[in-house]
Design a protein around this ligand. Structure first.
Ligand SMILES: NC(=O)c1ccc[n+]([C@@H]2O[C@H](COP(=O)([O-])OP(=O)(O)OC[C@H]3O[C@@H](n4cnc5c(N)ncnc54)[C@H](O)[C@@H]3O)[C@@H](O)[C@H]2O)c1
Length: 260
C-alpha cells in the first residue's frame, strides 16, 4: 500500500533514540522530510547522518519549554513551508514502586510526557487549522491503558495523553486534523540506537537484564518483546491519508500485552 507520505513534513519529538529514531528513519524511507526535535543534539545529528541527505534534520528542542517548541515549529513552518505531521515520541520514566519514587522523577515524567504533549500539540495546531490538514500521532504506552506495576505516575501521564488526544480530536476533526495514539509494550533500547539522554542509557536499562527480559516476554501472547521497528508501520499508517477516517483511537502495538 502506498501511504502517500512522500513530501510530507513531519516533526518527531524524541526522534534521536530508540523508538523515535526508528520512526524518523521510517518517514525518511517513505520520502517524507522528518525534523528530529530532541534535546540530545549529538544523537540527533547521528540519526540525521544515517538517513539520505536532507531527509532528516536535527533541531534542538526541549518539549517541556514552550518557547523552545514554538521556535522549532516556527523554524519548520518558515524553512519547509508547513507541518503536516507531528509525532509526539519524547518521553521519560524510571520504573520504581510508587512509595519509593522521588518527587523529582514524577515531576520529570509529568513535564516531558504531559507538558511535552500539550506544548507540541498546541504549537502546531494554529497552522494545521488554517490549512485544514494535520496528523498528530502520539506514542502512549500500554502502561497508560492498564496501570503498570512500578509505573504509577508514568501510567497516569500516558493515560492523560490518550484522553487529551480524544478530547482534542473531537475539537479539531472539523478542520481535517486527526489525533491518534500508538501504545507499545516494553521495547528495550540498545547503545547503538540510543543516545546518552535515552532512558536506555540510565539505570532503567540495568533493570532489564536478559533474564528479566526473558521472563517479561512470557507475559506477551506473542511471546517476545517488541522492537522499535515493530512500532513504525502503525505510526506511518496513522500519519498518512490512508487513515483519514481514523481519529481519537488508541492502538496497541505490543504483541497482545493488553487487549482493550
Ligand atoms: N521503550 C519502551 O519500552 C516504551 C514502551 C512504551 C512506551 N514508550 C514510549 O515511547 C517513547 C519513546 O521511548 P524510547 O524507549 O524510545 O525512549 P528513549 O529514552 O530511548 O528516547 C526518548 C528520546 O526523547 C528525548 N527527550 C527526552 N526529554 C526530552 C525533552 N524534554 N525534549 C525533547 N526530547 C526529549 C531523549 O533525548 C531521547 O532521544 C516515550 O514516549 C516512551 O514513554 C516506550
Amino acid at each position: 500500500m502506498d501511504l502517500g507520505l512522500s513530501g510530507r513534513i513531519v516533526i518527531v519529538t524524541g526522534g534521536a533514540s530508540n523508538l523515535g529514531r526508528a520512526i524518523a528513519l521510517g518517514f525518511a524511507k517513505e520520502g517524507a522530510r522528518a525534523v528530529i526535535a530532541d534535546v540530545d543534539d549529538a544523537q540527533a545529528k547521528k540519526v540525521e547522518r544515517e538517513a539520505p541527505s536532507g531527509t532528516i534534520v536535527a533541531r534542538h528542542t526541549d518539549v517541556t519549554d514552550w518557547d523552545s517548541v514554538r521556535s522549532t515549529v516556527d523554524f519548520v513552518e518558515s524553512s519547509m513551508g508547513r507541518v503536516d505531521v507531528l509525532v509526539n515520541c519524547a518521553g521519560w520514566t524510571i520504573d520504581r514502586l510508587f512509595m519509593e519514587k522521588p518527587r523529582a522523577e514524577w515531576e520529570r515524567e509529568i513535564a516531558i510526557d504531559v507538558w511535552g504533549f500539550i506544548n507540541c500539540v498546541r504549537a502546531v495546531l494554529d497552522k494545521m487549522v488554517e490549512r485544514r490538514y494535520g496528523r498528530i500521532v502520539s506514542i502512549g504506552s500500554e502502561a497508560g491503558r492498564m496501570g503498570e506495576w512500578r509505573e504509577a505516575v508514568y501510567s497516569g501521564t500516558k493515560a492523560s495523553v490518550i484522553a487529551m488526544s480524544k478530547s482534542i480530536a473531537r475539537e479539531v476533526g472539523k478542520h481535517g486534523i486527526t489525533l491518534n495514539v500508538v501504545c507499545p509494550g516494553l521495547i528495550v533500547g540498545s547503545p547503538e540506537t540510543s543516545g546518552s539522554n535515552s532512558v536506555w542509557s540510565s539505570e532503567q536499562a540495568e533493570k532489564f537484564t536478559p533474564e528479566v527480559r526473558e521472563k517479561a516476554a512470557k507475559g506477551y501472547p506473542l511471546r517476545r518483546l517488541g522492537t522499535a521497528d515493530d512500532v513504525v508501520p502503525a505510526v506511518l499508517l496513522l500519519a498518512s491519508d490512508r487513515a483519514s477516517y481514523i481519529t481519537g483511537q488508541t492502538l496497541s502495538v505490543s504483541g497482545g500485552y493488553t487487549m482493550i
